[in-house]
Every structure is written in C-alpha cells, then in structure tokens.
Design a protein around this ligand. Structure first.
Ligand code: C2E
Ligand code: MG
Ligand code: MG
Ligand code: MG
Length: 283
C-alpha cells in the first residue's frame, strides 16, 4: 500500500518494512532501470465463461518486483510511468511479454486462449502504438483475435477523432478492443454507438453491491441488455461471490472475472490452474 505525501514523496508499506519513503526522483530512476533489470513481471487473472465455467482468457496485470520495495502494485507506479513517459517502454514490454506467453500456452494445448492487455492513455496516444502492437503479434505468432486491448473511456474521449481512427485500425488487424471500467467515466449511450468496440467490461463498483443495491443491479442488467443489442461481448469485473456470479449470469452476461474465480496469479501458478483442466477453476 502506498500513499503520496505532497507531490514528491511516495511511501511504501511492504511485509518486511514499514513506511519507507522514497523521493519521487529516486523512484523514477528505479523505474527507469526496472525493465533492464527484469524487475517487471506479469500476473494473470483468469476470465471465465459463465456457461462452461472455464477459463477462456486472462488479463495481464503488471507488478514491479523491486528488491527493496517488494511487489509494487500498478496503482503505485503506472501514474508515475504515465507522467514521465516511461509508460511507452513499459507498455511495449507488457505487450511483448503477454503475447509471447499466451502463444506459448496456446501451443501447449490451449489454442483459443486469449489475453487482455491494458493500454494507458499516453500509450494509446503515441503514434508508434499500432506498430508496436503489430510487432508483438508478428514476433509472438499470436493470432490477432486472441489479443484484447483494454482502453478506458477517458483514454478514448481525450481525443475522439484520433481514437476512432486508432480503434478502427486496431480492429482491422483483427484485434479485439475492450472498454475497461465501464460506468466509471462519462458513459453516455452515444459513446457505445460511436466508438468501434468489441467487448465491454462492467466496472467492479457495480458488481460489488449487486445483491444489496437494486439500483446497481438495474444498471448492470440494463448495460448487459444494451450490449446484446449492440453485439458487444460483456465481461463483469470484480465478481467476489458465487451469488454475484449467478446473478450476473442470470442477467445474460457471458463472461466474468474476479476473486471468486481467482486472484491474479503468477505465471507458474496460472499455468498450473490452466493445465488442471478437469478440476474446478476455484483456487
Ligand atoms: P484494471 O485493468 O481494471 O484491472 C482490474 C483490477 O482489479 C486489478 O488490480 C485486479 O487485481 C483487481 N481485481 C480483479 N478482481 C477483483 C475482485 O474480485 N475484487 C477486487 N477488489 N479487485 C479485483 P491491479 O492488478 O492492482 O491493477 C490495477 C490497475 O492497474 C488495472 O485496473 C489497470 O488499470 C492498471 N494496470 C495493470 N496492469 C497494467 C499494465 O500492464 N499497463 C497499464 N497501462 N495499466 C495496468
Ligand atoms: Mg483492465
Ligand atoms: Mg477494470
Ligand atoms: Mg481499473
């Protein structure tokens, strides 16, 4: 857990050490070297088809394994990476790693496994972005339809004409475009009509209270129905209980992701889960 003090200090709490504070500049220079030093790693969180209760995809979630800081969560360094521009190199690394790893799993017996990769605003706005995506696909051999790129509403709304062109270009490669955290941004109805999308991820804040809160349930239900009409696939994020999964499924949602099925897992642990096919997904 980290807190930001003022503009320049970032405090980390890890298991080994309490409340160590780092200067922003110090952290930036650590981050700059993180790629070369192989300190960045990907965790993988299963995405489940609610009908078959099977893993059909996973989301790549970055962590920074720093020798002193421990395992640092993306919430603590992605914003800094965005500000400093380091996100461009980090983003390329994530794309390559995610595509290569998924292709390996495909060749080991899961030919249709897909991977979701988060794309940050600055990365998406970069003119080099499409080229780096093409390169990751070419070098890994991953079929384009198995790559799902997750963008947020704020990313695409920052520059709407550019974004539409970009999304069309990505989709023409065969890649699927996913809108992440849906419902937390501006979420106008015309948004879904205007932007070329394949997948919508309902934000976990709506799923969390689906049992207690009628309004949240109504919103989730309406979004699912709307997606069916618009031919968008739907993934419900943040499913933490069996009941939430069942409700979501009864609303007609095809896919789910959340701690109930599995937390994000290291490569090795995810692999073990994947290959233990006959057993239930739950860990
Ligand atoms: P996100 O893309 O919305 O990812 C989902 C986040 O929710 C992940 O947090 C995941 O661990 C967490 N989560 C999943 N299921 C549950 C659940 O059932 N309950 C709760 N409470 N949480 C759940 P994480 O891994 O800390 O990532 C946070 C955010 O950091 C991501 O949100 C994404 O916006 C960003 N991020 C992660 N990896 C990358 C990356 O490679 N590149 C970029 N640009 N951003 C990344
Ligand atoms: Mg995401
Ligand atoms: Mg999300
Ligand atoms: Mg999020």
């Amino acid at each position: 857990r980290a807190k930001t003090f003022g503009a320049n200090r970032i405090e980390f709490y890890t298991d080994e050490m309490n409340g160590q504070t780092f200067e922003r500049l110090e952290l930036e220079s650590y981050l700059r070297r993180a790629i070369e030093k192989n300190e960045l790693i990907l965790y993988y969180q299963p995405q489940i088809s609610l009908d078959e209760q099977e893993i059909y995809a996973c989301e790549a979630l970055i962590r920074w394994n720093h020798p002193k800081l421990g395992l640092v969560s993306p919430a603590q360094f992605i914003p800094l990476a965005e500000e400093t521009g380091l996100i461009e190199d980090i983003g390329i690394w994530v794309l390559n790693e995610a595509c290569n790893q998924t292709r390996q799993w495909q060749l080991l017996g899961f030919p249709e496994l897909s991977i979701s990769v988060n794309v940050s605003g600055r990365q998406f706005q970069s003119p080099a972005f499409v080229a780096s995506v093409k390169q990751a696909l070419n070098e890994s051999g991953l079929p384009p339809h198995c790559l799902h790129l997750e963008v947020t509403e704020s990313t695409t709304l920052a520059n709407t004409e550019y974004s539409k062109t970009m999304l069309n270009e990505l989709r023409s490669l065969g890649i699927k475009v996913s809108i992440d955290d849906f419902g937390t941004g501006y979420s106008s109805l015309s948004y879904l009509k205007d932007f070329p999308l394949d997948i919508l991820k309902i934000d976990q804040s709506f799923v969390r209270n689906i049992q207690e809160n009628n309004a949240d349930a109504a919103i989730v239900k309406a979004v699912i129905t709307m997606c069916q009409g618009l031919n968008l696939s739907i993934v419900a994020e943040g499913i933490e209980t069996k009941e939430q999964g069942e409700i979501i499924k009864s609303f007609g949602c095809q896919y789910g992701q959340g701690y109930f099925y599995s937390k994000p897992l290291s490569k090795d642990t995810f692999e073990r889960l994947l290959f233990r096919r006959e057993e239930p997904v739950l860990t």
